[in-house]
Design a protein around this ligand. Structure first.
Ligand code: AMP
Ligand code: MG
Length: 492
């Protein structure tokens, strides 16, 4: 069977200093773990072909398909605030780009595909656990409607990777609007390569904001668009309880997608200080810090673009500051708008933000589960008989009662009836998120027993997160005290 990928590559047309050309390194015994049939079809690929031995050879990096032009991308980045002038794809190659049935151009990247000139001391490989984590969480994010890179396939390599112990290796096929990061601009700017920064900016405009091309100042319009997308993205993260964990500038996508799922996790009990990453000792990337960090990362992008924003330095600085100043209001509008929908308000009144934020404050004080509180609130919105379920999530249920009384006074001003409100709320408050303890259990089953049943079950439940699924209540429940996972480890 011949696997055909309708490649139409543009990044590989950029100058050679943007990347290193190299083929993925073959692996010993590739075996398919999963092919994402729905995504494959959307991309114009045949899932059957992908799962065939020849397809799996491609997904493992053992065979370079026709039309692919594998490149490891160069980029830099601020990691935990410290600038590293050269990072780059140390364990990934971009095979090429395909234009899907929806007309959208997307990168196909193999992650875990062997060493590259950017590997530094790394082995270029990925372990099965982190590959499955990225698969589960990225697909869950997509189903929740959060912009994200996607997972097209996971294959086991039949080789061991050495971390603290020997672990089974795997390769993930990642699909992204592009892999251009804030760090890609930083790489070129740090080399003093002004021409390359301009080329990349023009490329990003053509690929991600064609409307900016016609603007009076196209590069300013590009910066504005990236600021807006990041503000919206981080608001979406907060509204589903997601903690990215490594918001380094090399993990900040120009296209505005969530990218690089390492030690990420969804929180159970609402806690603005929630941190899961084992390496984030200072809580730099804590849940509640994410907007501030996104803004900081965007300031690093603005610095790279300065020479393009105006001829004169003062004017350029002013333009950058103006663009960055838009982040706060944009984020607030997206976040407060989302909170309003989560508590069933379709109209705007003064005091709505305070009402929503007082609920969050009370949830934090009472250890209330983030996802379940909002999900059960949908029933409470239909009538007070739904209150018991929400109350039970609060350490001191009276705290909820006091808030609910205020909430009901506000709901009276809403035009919709109770049933319509409940339905609208259920469409924005998911029943299912990738509960961290279940993610860990699914990874453990796969790694220790080659049992992919729990992984498959999670993907199934998470593919329709807003639907109640009788029999799958376990996936909606927070962990018992002894099941709680406090730390997740890096993707490496
Ligand atoms: P990440 O923390 O996954 O965003 O990766 C940060 C940097 O480390 C990137 O340049 C990666 O390509 C590189 N890297 C991570 N893991 C490995 C590995 N196993 N081998 C080589 N490079 C790696
Ligand atoms: Mg990264």
């Amino acid at each position: 069977m011949t696997v055909r990928f309708p490649f139409d590559n543009t990044y590989a047309r950029l100058p050679e200093r943007f990347y290193a050309r190299l083929d993925p390194t073959p692996v010993a015994a590739p075996r398919v773990v999963r092919v994402n049939a729905g995504l494959a079809e959307r991309l114009g690929l045949d899932p059957g072909e992908l799962a065939s031995p020849e397809g799996v050879a491609v997904l493992a990096g053992n065979r370079v398909p026709e039309g692919a032009e594998p490149v490891a991308l160069a980029y830099a980045g601020h990691q935990f605030g410290h600038f590293v002038p050269q990072l780059g794809d140390g364990r990934a190659v971009l095979l090429g780009e395909v234009v899907g049935r929806d007309g959208l151009r997307r990168d196909l990247q193999l992650k875990g595909s062997g060493p590259t000139p950017f590997s530094r001391r790394g082995d270029g490989r990925a372990a099965l656990g982190p590959v499955l984590r990225e698969y589960i969480v990225s697909e869950a994010m997509a189903a929740l409607g959060v912009p994200t890179t996607r997972s097209l396939a996971a294959v086991a390599t039949g080789e061991a990777v050495r971390r603290e112990t020997a672990l089974p290796g795997a390769v993930l096929t990642r699909v992204a609007a592009s892999h251009i990061r804030v760090g890609t601009f930083q790489y070129l700017a740090a080399r003093g390569d002004a021409e390359a920064v301009r080329l990349l900016a023009d490329y990003a405009i053509a690929r991600h904001c064609p409307e900016a091309a016609g603007a009076e100042r196209p590069h300013r319009a590009l910066l504005d668009a990236v600021v807006a997308r990041q503000a919206d993205l981080v608001a979406r993260w907060l509204l589903v309880g997601f903690v990215h964990g490594v918001m380094n500038t090399d993990n900040t996508s120009i296209a505005g997608e969530t990218i690089d799922y390492g030690p990420c996790a969804f929180m159970d009990a609402y806690d603005p200080a929630a941190v899961f990453s084992s390496i984030d000792h200072g809580g730099r990337y804590a849940y509640g810090n994410q907007p501030r960090i996104a803004h900081w990362n965007l300031a690093r992008l603005a610095e790279c673009l300065l020479p393009l924003l105006a001829e004169e330095e003062g004017a350029a600085l002013e333009a950058a500051q103006e663009a960055l100043a838009a982040f706060g209001p944009r984020f607030e509008a997206a976040y407060i708008g989302g909170l309003r929908r989560k508590i069933g308000l379709s109209t705007e009144r003064e005091g709505d933000a305070a009402l929503a934020q007082d609920l969050l404050k009370s949830m934090a004080e009472n250890g209330a589960d983030f996802t379940l509180t909002f999900r059960r609130l949908c029933d409470a919105a239909a009538g007070p008989e739904g209150d018991a379920g929400v109350r039970a999530l609060f350490a001191a249920p009276a705290a909820y009662d006091a808030w609910a009384a205020r909430w009901r006074r506000r709901l009276v001003e809403e035009p919709e009836g109770a049933e319509a409100r409940r339905a609208a709320m259920r469409a924005v408050n998911p029943a299912f998120i990738p509960r961290n303890h279940l993610v860990e259990a699914a990874l453990k089953a796969a790694i220790e027993r080659e049992d992919f049943g729990p992984f498959e079950e999670m993907l199934d439940v998470l593919s329709r997160p807003f639907e109640d699924r009788p029999g799958f209540e376990r996936h909606a429940a927070p962990p018992e005290a002894e099941e709680r996972v406090h730390q997740t480890f890096c993707g490496t």
